[in-house]
Ligand binder design. Structure first.
Ligand SMILES: [Zn+2]
Length: 242
């Protein structure tokens, strides 16, 4: 269809301002189209004044609004679908893809090379994030506690009681030891690193129950308890950027 002239017009409507492309074509009637990108097109015969086209848009503003909104929702859905398949998580040094699966019970699990998020409404991206976050939090706690128990065994002969574990998001350190509170704080992000990396940090913090400082005696004990700590530390700092 030959376009005689094209004009971009904006009108105030009960649904807010609508900008549309006004095309004069060899057509018989006024036609209105909302494209998938949300752009509005009005085509009209040459004799139709621009004011009539404006009125036409105003009279159909609520329909235009609905179409724009549903196209935007569709675009968002497509974007989310793309993100679902692109989503990756690094856990204990392994890369997993995050997948969703429609299910009546909502939970997450590691299955093969994926973290599967079971959820009622797979289009609910907020819910998806909250299920994943809650699962990762619990999983991190289980893993850190298991490592704490393994490391603790080496410290039992030194008379060290099993400390309390706190997991926090920290930007400047991997862990800290609060000797007076009998508490070890570990950085949440360490769940991304392999077990040996986490283990060396836990061992380091346990050594502080004997030597609160970074004295020579501290490092002598750390060398004994975790001979690979230098390589573990390097690996951790390379893999997880705080
Ligand atoms: Zn230290």
């Amino acid at each position: 269809m030959d376009t005689i002239s094209t004009d971009i017009r904006t009108v105030s409507t009960p649904c807010g301002e609508i900008t549309y492309t006004f095309e004069r074509k060899k057509v018989k009637n006024i036609n209105l189209r909302v494209k998938h990108d949300g752009n509005v097109y009005v085509s009209a015969p040459k004799r139709v004044p621009a004011k009539t086209a404006d009125e036409f848009v105003i009279s159909r503003s609520s329909m235009i609004q609905q179409a724009v909104t549903s196209f935007a929702a569709m675009e968002l859905m497509k974007e989310r679908q793309k993100n679902l398949s692109d989503d990756k998580a690094v856990i204990l040094g392994n890369e997993y893809s995050i997948r969703t699966m429609a299910d009546r019970r909502e939970y997450a699990e590691i299955f093969g090379g994926s973290v599967i998020i079971h959820m009622k409404n797979t289009a609910d991206s907020q819910r998806r994030i909250s299920i994943y976050t809650a699962w990762l939090k619990k999983y991190t706690e289980e893993v850190f506690l298991r490592i704490m128990h393994d490391v603790h065994e080496k410290f039992v002969p030194l008379g060290i009681a099993f400390p309390q574990l706190k997991i926090r998001s920290m930007t400047a350190r991997w862990g800290s030891c609060h000797t007076y509170k009998k508490m070890i704080v570990l950085n949440r992000r360490m769940i991304e690193a392999p077990l040996n990396c986490i283990s060396h940090v836990v061992t380091h913090e346990f050594c502080h129950f004997i030597h609160p400082d970074h004295s020579r005696q501290f490092y002598t004990l750390l060398d004994k308890m975790c001979p690979t700590w230098r390589e573990d530390k390097k690996q951790l700092e390379k893999l997880v950027i705080l």
